[in-house]
Ligand binder design. Sequence first.
Ligand SMILES: NC(=O)c1ccc[n+]([C@@H]2O[C@H](COP(=O)([O-])OP(=O)(O)OC[C@H]3O[C@@H](n4cnc5c(N)ncnc54)[C@H](O)[C@@H]3O)[C@@H](O)[C@H]2O)c1
Length: 257
Amino acid sequence: MSQYLLSIEGRVVIVTGGGKGIGRVYCRELAKAGAKVVAADIDHDANEDTVAEIREAGGEAITATTDVADERQTAEMARTVAEAFGRIDGLVNNASLMSVLERRDWKLIPGDEWDRVMEVNLRGIFMCCKAVFPYMKEQGGGKIINISSGRFWNGAPNRLHYSTSKAGVIGLTRSLAREVGPENICVNAITPGFTLSDTQVASSGEYAQTNAPPEDRCIQRHQYPEDLVGAVMFLLSPGSDFVSGQTLNVDGGQQMH
Ligand SMILES: NC(=O)c1ccc[n+]([C@@H]2O[C@H](COP(=O)([O-])OP(=O)(O)OC[C@H]3O[C@@H](n4cnc5c(N)ncnc54)[C@H](O)[C@@H]3O)[C@@H](O)[C@H]2O)c1
């Protein structure tokens, strides 16, 4: 382990949904900080792009294309990472159905869309945690970071399935933190505010500029993916070894709890 309390140098970190949007920024920035990064998006080409960008900049990364909702694929993901790097120090559960979802009245959400959102956003996290657990246990500890949403605090309307899944992430985080604490595995959640990721901007149009106006925040500007990186790094670092079961809100001080 590095001498520096907040260092993640040499740590092997899987980022689900690491091919696009905020996940890609996590991959890039974690690699810059010396982590060995695994881009585990469902989109293989996007994973390849993320890894190429990291390698060009001199960092270390591999792809592990995975549908997080599929137990066979998540087990394969963990095996691939352990074979490549010999360990799994961190799992950032960032993959989600979000920007692809239409914003609409709750009564208009089809049942099968509801089910798929739960499958990816909740079952996906459960499956990824199950897959990495044996490796983290064997090596004496690890860090799991679950990406929830500021919708948990403010109950934003029009994506009821998404909001519900992100509230479930908090429950999962808390109970799992107790169950795996004896193995020295920390499990925490982050609730990002409305963030202008490339995918969010592309799918939201005008809404992206008018939602979450800067004046609602203590730090009065829009939120970008880079604003979330420091919180993820802290929760991956030895500096957070005694922090577990918590939810860290990162939104420039819009919501307070
Ligand atoms: N952008 C925001 O405003 C915002 C706010 C709060 C929380 N979040 C959360 O932050 C995370 C990243 O947000 P984003 O803006 O980049 O979202 P996004 O929707 O653009 O990206 C999600 C990523 O997950 C991948 N993915 C989808 N289904 C998958 C599956 N079954 N298996 C593996 N990968 C899959 C997608 O290919 C994509 O790369 C998400 O968990 C999102 O819910 C985002």
